[in-house]
Design a protein around this ligand. Structure first.
Ligand code: RTP
Length: 151
């Protein structure tokens, strides 16, 4: 059964510099997800080492931290049914060479070291990542959509 979830999605520095923030936001909005947090962050290496703690020791780790700290990241939280799994499907495979056309990486990226976006891989990691990137919390919507369409 589908459950309402929250996922942490980030447009990495290459995605921000290439002007893909709006396109990526549009895809999540159009799919039906709700944006509950959004900010631009130029993250320090020490902070990114916490985000990627599981990858410490991998040969690509130093390059990954350098890449991720090279410019602003658009950090977001999206909410909706199966947001974690569907969010990952929308991003496409980690290595863009294997990402299907129609996915974000499959349409806009070529190499794994510049794969333009991040998405939480499980509900538990989403909770951890949301706490790390948004310690201030996310917004609560207090009005139904119809109240914004009809006065
Ligand atoms: P992400 O966390 O960015 O959504 O990526 P992921 O779960 O799909 O993949 P993961 O294995 O956790 O790798 C995190 C990021 O590290 C970079 N990477 N580079 N050069 C390489 O072989 C290599 N492998 C991974 C990518 O930016 C990947 O998204």
């Amino acid at each position: 059964m589908s459950t309402k979830e929250r996922t942490f999605i980030a447009v990495k520095p290459d995605g921000v510099m290439r002007g893909l923030v709006g396109t990526i936001i549009a895809r999540f909005e159009q799919r039906g997800f709700k944006l509950v947090a959004l900010k631009l962050v130029h993250a320090e290496p020490a902070f990114l080492e916490k985000h990627y703690a599981d990858l410490k020791g991998k040969p690509f780790f130093p390059g990954l931290i350098k890449y991720m700290s090279s410019g602003p990241i658009a950090a977001m939280v999206w909410e909706g049914l199966d947001a974690v799994k569907t969010g990952r499907a929308m991003l496409g495979a980690t290595n863009p060479l294997a990402s299907a056309p129609g996915t974000i990486r499959g349409d806009f990226a070529l190499v794994v070291g510049r794969n333009i976006c991040h998405g939480s891989d499980a509900v538990e990691s989403a909770e951890k990542e949301i706490k790390l990137w948004f310690p201030e919390g996310v917004v609560q919507y207090t009005h139904a959509l119809t109240e914004w369409v009809n006065e």
